[in-house]
Design a protein around this ligand. Structure first.
Ligand code: SF4
Length: 377
């Protein structure tokens, strides 16, 4: 059976005309699926009956089955099973006045960050376009409505699954698709330079928000906790981000997971300020106190240390926010997603004191507002 959510408008038009149907039917079908969240072809009442029957015999919409759903006060964690039996997680975050969905793009991850639970499984495989899109559809169906913000900060490195990510974003932001604002979609990356360069030229991806996990201020430390960065160096990354084309009022989010006695000193904060240099308006920093995991050898820094780090950056004119994970009680926090057990990572919210909006590593965030973007990992 074919999977409808693998198709963009053009592909579906071609598919339908090759089967003898009018090409304009494609828009009607996609409107049912992506605007009305109707997935049963029998209910698509503006289509002829014989066409509905053919569609039913030819296509299915969903690629995921819901295995579990864990609700916390500020988040809902969904555990989905793919057709080949793998588990993935998606987190719905309740913000003040809107919802944000944290979507996974891979089963496991090859980047190998030493502070991340997802890395413990290694990479199992990329998610298909339909499996990425279906995370949104299943949750929208569950809550009975649209979700305004999407962040690609769940399991996996989104830019390592570029083509499927791109097509999923196309479906999410196109008028014939879910029709989200590009300002409300964020891709979070560990900083794969070749793929960030690709994004810069990409009609679909270039105007969505970019968030990059920094997590260390020296090349030596960064490559020890994020092995991929041996070949994607901090210097080259910052040079590229300083040239990255941005729309007015948009900023790149630098995500920084604060780990006790590893990267949380005032010297680290000063080095981060120096890395940003005079480009203060181009970046904002999200500080994410590490979420302890029994499988990982790190601790969260005490709050006074977190605030001191933030203060150093604020004093140098750099917008810096502290993000705390929501849903830690259900293992729904940053860096806590794994494919082989029903846990999730993601979702941070800001500290009440003197901090603004921001997002988290492998984690989520608030509403992409003016100049807002999100990071992950
Ligand atoms: S933090 Fe992100 S990039 Fe790093 S291992 Fe985890 S999922 Fe992969």
């Amino acid at each position: 059976m074919k999977v409808l959510t693998e198709y963009n408008l053009t592909d579906l038009q071609e598919e339908l005309t090759s089967s003898g149907f009018e090409h304009y039917r494609a828009r009607q079908i996609l409107k049912w699926v992506y605007s009305k969240f109707v997935f049963d072809f029998d209910l698509m009442t503006d289509l002829p009956k014989d066409m509905r029957r053919t569609l039913k015999e030819t296509f299915r919409v969903h690629t995921l089955d819901t295995v579990d759903r864990v609700t916390a006060p500020d988040s809902v964690k969904y555990l989905f099973r793919t057709r080949d039996g793998h588990l993935i997680e998606t987190v719905l975050i309740k913000e003040r006045d809107h919802l944000t969905l944290c979507v996974s793009t891979q089963i496991g991850c090859a980047v190998g960050c030493t502070f991340c639970a997802t890395a413990l499984d290694g990479l199992i495989r990329n998610l298909r376009t339909s499996e990425i899109v279906d995370q949104y559809l299943k949750v929208a169906e569950d809550i009975g409505g649209r979700i305004r913000n999407v962040v690609f900060m769940g399991m996996g490195e989104p830019l390592a699954n570029y083509e499927n990510l791109r097509k999923a974003v196309e479906i999410m932001v196109s008028p014939w698709g879910i029709n989200l604002s590009k300002r409300r979609v964020t891709v979070s990356t560990s900083g794969i330079l070749s793929q960030i360069r690709r994004m810069m030229e990409d009609d679909v991806l270039k105007d969505i928000n970019l968030a990059v996990s920094i997590n260390a201020t020296t090349q030596r430390l960064r490559e020890s906790i994020m092995p991929l960065t041996k070949t994607n160096t901090l210097k080259d990354l910052m040079d590229l981000l300083k040239r990255y084309p941005l729309r007015p009022y948009r900023r790149i989010t630098l995500e920084y997971v604060l780990i006790k006695d590893l990267n949380d000193s005032e010297e680290d904060a000063l080095r981060l300020a120096r890395l940003i240099g005079k480009h203060k308006k181009r970046f904002k920093v999200n500080l994410i106190p590490f979420n302890p995991d029994p499988n990982l050898p790190y601790e969260r820094p005490p709050m006074d240390r977190v605030l001191r780090f933030q203060k150093v950056l604020w004093e140098r004119g750099i917008s810096t926010f502290v993000r705390f994970s929501k849903g830690v009680d259900v293992f729904g926090a940053c860096g806590q997603l794994r494919s082989r057990r029903p846990v999730v990572r993601s979702l941070n919210h800001e500290e009440p004191a003197q901090v603004g909006d921001g997002a988290g590593c492998n984690s989520l965030s608030g509403p992409p507002d003016k100049g807002d973007s999100r990071s992950g990992l």
